[in-house]
Write a protein that binds this ligand. Sequence first.
Ligand code: GLU
Length: 508
Amino acid sequence: MTQAVRVRFAPSPTGPLHIGGLRTALYNYLFAKKHNGDFILRIEDTDQNRFVSGAEDYVVNALKWCNIPFDEGPGTEDKKGPYKQSERKELYKKAVRTLIQKGRAYYAFDSSESLEKHRVSHEEKGKTFIYNWHNRLKLENSLSLSKEEVQKRIDNGDRYVIRFLMVENGGVENFINSTDLIRGTLRVDLNLLDDKILFKSDGMPTYHLANVVDDHAMEISHVIRGEEWLPSLALHHQLYIAFEWKTPQFAHLPLLLKPTGKGKLSKRDGDKLGFPVFPLDWRDPETGKVSPGYKEAGYVPEAVVNFLALLGWNPGTEQEILTLSELIGLFSIEQVHKSGARFDPEKNKWFNQQHLQHIEESVLEQQLIKDAKAFDIVVSPEKAQKVVRLVKERASLLTELWGLSSYFFMDPEGYDAKAVRKQWKEGTPEVLTKFLTFLKSASLSEPSNFQAEFKTWIADESISFGQIMAPLRLCLVGKLSGADLFEIICFLGHKTVTSRIQKALQNI
Ligand code: GLU
């Protein structure tokens, strides 16, 4: 029987979920759903010093907003849980005891000062100090000390850590070959690896131990994570061997690069260039400073997910605009790229603009109604629907909708000076006054009918399109941009159009 696909996203709650972490979560989700598997959220909170309150809720809310829900995780039915490492301490203790019994882990009492001394003395000889087969018997640990001495120190309450015994001896044939689904075979010289700490002196497991123990206990079939964990692969591989557990398959995702393509994308890049690197607004609990999120900046989750999915992977076709279910259908981990993916904020906006044209219009309408409220303007659902259809094509962000359509609900606050200089001619007031008379008897119930009536009228009056369209737009919108003028006129109605023209005639 083939093993069921179970993948996990395992963030440490040390701050808000960065866009890179979100992509890791997304790839895990796509992979799980593609193979009818489970997507698990595990909170890796063993490092108490780096714990940030609110970070766990933030991850949960961000995944929810992106519509990539986890099947198991904090708050779900406890199938293989608990899903927070701080609630699984007993398991790690038991696991490390097993390793000690198997002779693959040992107590080490070296103080940080004495380790520092070794480091310095090695450096003086032009060597690098590695706590492994090379040095371990010269150091203070349960391999070099007598059983009685070790027990005495433990009973005494001396501080100790528990280290992994990497390889028994320093033979030359100590390479391991492990495969990565994205990178192929990786060859690592175990002689160069150190005896990593598995248990810290504060009685907490390190990331390495807890991560491997949990992946095994939660029956994770594939570990899909960021490239920064590639250097840990050999150690994790060795831990599985030492425990005599089946090794999951690994896939290390490429980095997200700065818009320049040089270096890893950071929060500072976002601050500098004015784009969010977090899914939701994040308020730092210590400083109170808010870092912007995609949601609040006017992005829709459909676009964020689509854009992120294509940062480091593509389905091998030209099609770029894809729904979540299309992404699931097309996703393949083997097609993920090895090299870093450049983050392009403009492209991100383009994806958003494209998705705004396809998603439920009610989302856009609600945003418009909400943003109008800030100006004390109540927009009815019917009007919101009409206006959204007229302006959405020009909106890259949800938050731009109000700016693109406020003239449907408010008189212009001023008139674009440059446009006035260019388009407001000597004869303009006369043309507009004639238009006011024509308007009185024109029907505004249907923009296309009105347009036809208008065309006949200007022909009869020998008024050119150029003479009237731009001044009319200036009167109604205040500038030369905006939706179709006939649509605007029919939406505003006789009274508002008349008053705006009269106001402009007085003020320009
Ligand atoms: N807690 C690790 C992190 O925050 C998880 C790494 C892994 O997926 O193994 O990145």
